[in-house]
Design a protein around this ligand. Structure first.
Ligand SMILES: Nc1ncnc2c1ncn2[C@@H]1O[C@H](COP(=O)(O)OP(=O)(O)O)[C@@H](O)[C@H]1O
Ligand SMILES: [Mg+2]
Length: 334
């Protein structure tokens, strides 16, 4: 397995009038070639900031990567100059966002927009570029590619526009595709089709994918591994099976209970309360105030990461032997 990406101890802050926002607070994860990694968590937990940091798209000021490394194919992107990053973006690493309309230029044909990156970054002739554009339209499932290359974004439906955005992202054969809430703006049927498309593309091209979403339901089908973020930290990570069948963190369990399921007999239970303010995040576990199992220690000291298996890791005091004994004693009493 080739390790495409390794993010180590990443910290990102934003300096504002109100103080310093600690948006990402020591994030560690990796991604192998051909893998799909999902980053999930409620809005504001640091998913976009993490992925923007990989692309070095954190506006500085007010933002700053204050610590950590982003090793992409053996090179630390955190130390790259803007000039060097320009050769990475859209070529080795591509990113797609929630809203396909803002990603496309309404005044240019789809064909022009598809071929733009190719012409800029690869030494190829006009007819080769056109051939590649047609191939990409085909790959993302757009019929009559040759004709449709001449059309403008408004002549496509929302789902088709997102397919075009994906085609543009993939046209230079990147090693890594980062998709930040790529289906959030689409209706449920189209959402399923786009997720299906990610799987097809991965099978055909071997691209590694980071899929960001606030909705655990979205990742159930296509993720290999899942990272759960809360208040700028990864509180649990594991294979898809670990997270869906053996979740350990009370926050992960809460997220799972708030996912709509077809076979659900029980009502959906959103997690009560809100995440802490990131100007002065708590010293201990940031979920303490919302956690039904919180103990004295939780809010004072951040838990040590507990390795449950080779694939599964969780930051929670409930994993501590002493806590387990305490819980067992409590359940005997009641
Ligand atoms: N440009 C910015 N200035 C100040 N704070 C920011 C900025 N961008 C993001 N943040 C803060 O960083 C935190 C993480 O945001 P983000 O990564 O966008 O969350 P999400 O998980 O919803 O993608 C939030 O508290 C957000 O308010
Ligand atoms: Mg976001």
């Amino acid at each position: 397995m080739e390790r495409i990406l390794e993010v180590n101890d990443l910290h990102v802050t934003f300096t504002t009038y109100g103080g310093t926002v600690q948006a990402v607070r020591g994030v560690n994860f990796h991604l192998d070639r051909g893998e799909t990694l999902a980053i999930v968590g409620e809005s504001g937990c640091g998913k976009s900031v993490t992925s923007n940091a990989i692309m070095r798209l954190i506006p500085d000021p007010p933002g700053k990567i204050t610590k950590g490394s982003i090793i992409f194919k053996g090179q630390d992107l955190a130390a790259y100059s803007e000039k060097k990053m320009r050769n990475i973006r859209g070529v080795d690493i591509s990113m797609i966002f929630q809203d396909p309309m803002t990603a496309l230029n309404p005044t240019l044909t789809i064909g022009t927009q598809l071929m733009e990156g190719l012409k800029e970054h690869k030494k190829i002739t006009g007819s080769q570029a056109k051939q590649k554009a047609i191939e990409m339209m085909d790959l993302v499932g757009i019929p009559n590619p040759e004709e449709r290359l001449k059309q403008y974004p408004h002549q496509f439906s929302g789902g088709m526009r997102q397919r075009i955005v994906i085609a543009i992202a993939l046209i230079c054969d990147p090693d890594l595709l980062i998709a930040d809430e790529p289906t959030t703006a689409l209706d449920v049927t189209i959402q399923a089709q786009i997720l299906e498309l990610f799987s097809t593309i991965q099978e055909r091209t071997g691209v590694s994918i980071i899929l960001i979403t606030h909705d655990l339901g979205v990742v159930a089908k296509i993720a290999d591994r899942i990272i759960v973020m809360y208040a700028g930290k990864i509180i649990e990570s594991g294979s898809k099976r670990d997270i869906f069948y053996r979740p350990e963190h009370p926050y992960t369990k809460g997220l799972l209970n708030s996912v709509p399921r077809l076979d659900a007999k029980e009502e959906l239970k959103p997690i009560a309360g809100t995440p802490p303010d990131l100007f002065s995040p708590p010293k201990g576990c940031p979920f303490t105030a919302r956690c039904p199992f919180a103990m004295e220690v939780c809010d004072k000291v951040y838990p040590v990461s507990e390795k449950i298996s080779d694939s599964h890791q969780v930051d929670c005091w409930l994993q501590d032997e002493r806590a387990k004994q305490l819980m067992a004693a409590k359940s005997l009493q009641t």
